[in-house]
Design a protein around this ligand. Sequence first.
Ligand code: FE2
Length: 345
Amino acid sequence: MTIDAEKLDLFTRELQLCAVKPGETVVVLTADDEWREHAQIFMVAAGNLGARTFNLNVRRGQANAVGVQGRHPLVDNELAMRTLKSASLVIDMVGLLFSREQAQIQAAGARILRVMEPFHILRQMFPTEDLRRRVEHAKAMMEKARKLRFTSAAGTDITYRLGQYPVISEYGYTDEPGRWDHFPSGFAFTQGNDGGIEGSVVLQPGDVLCAFKKYVESPIRLRVEKGMVVEVAGEGLDADLVRSYIESFHDPRAYAISHIGWGLNEKARWYQFAVTRDLASEHVMNALSFYGNVLFSLGPNLEVGGSNDTACHLDLPMRRCSLWLDDVQVLRDGDVIHPQMRVAR
Ligand SMILES: [Fe+2]
C-alpha cells in the first residue's frame, strides 16, 4: 500500500498531540477489513515516532454489528483483552464505547483514542490545544455546578440537578494514562442526578436527529418528569418518527434523559449532513461537536457509570439555546458567551 503523505502528516500530528513516545506500544484495534488504510497509516506514524506498533484485528460478526452499543468482539476474548490492557495507547476503530471492556482497558492504564470518521472529517475538525483548554474549562465548571438549565425561544425550559455523576471531556486526543477520547470531537458532558431532571424540550427545524442522520423539520415537544420523557408531542412527521423509534425498543428505560453538555469545536459544522456526499461513511461528530450547540440526549447512562444500558440512544444536538450552570450563563441563543470557552475570532 502506498502511504498518502497528507494522511501520514495528519496522523503523525495526532499521535504527537497524544504524546506518543519512543518505547511506547501503540495497538491499532480493527474489525474485519474496516478502516484498513487508516490502520496502516497510524502504524507508520507510530513507528516514525519510535513506538512499537501492531494491528489487532477481530471479527465483528453478526451479533456485533456497528450501532449495537455495548456488544462487540472483545467480550470473552481474554487474550485480546490482556494485549489491549498492556498497551500505552489503543487506537479504537471497532467502537468500544459504552462497554465494560473499554472501562477495563482504561483502568489498566492504557489511553484509548477512538477514530471512526473518514479522513476528510478528521482533517476538517482536527483538534488544537486551544480546543482542549476550552473543553477542560467546561468540564471543570460542570464538576462544580449543582444545577444546569437550558432554554430556547421555542419553549424549551429544563433543569438538571448535577453532582451525582462524573463529567467527561472529549477534545480529540489523549495524553493522560487511562484516559479515553474521540478524534475528532469537542464537547464536555455529564448526566443529571437520578430523578433530578424536570421541564420541557422543544426541538426545532435545524436541530439534529443523529440516529437518523437528518434534521428536525417539524417541532417535537418533549415533557420530562423525574428524568424521564413522559410525552412526545408534535403534529408533524418528526414527532411520529421519534415516538415510533423509541417504542420499537420495547424498553421503558429508552425514555430516560441521557448525557447533557454543549459543543465547543468551531471547525465542526451543524449543516454537515446537508452538504456531504458521503452520508453512509460519516458518523455524527460534526453534529455532536459544533460550536454553541446544546447536546441533549435520550437513553443509556453507562458512559458516566450509571446502570441504564438500553440500546436506544438518541443524540439530539440543538441550536439557538441559552444555557446556565448555577447562575453563570455559558450560551446565549446558540452562541458561546462565557469568556473562557469562547473562541477568539
Ligand atoms: Fe450520545
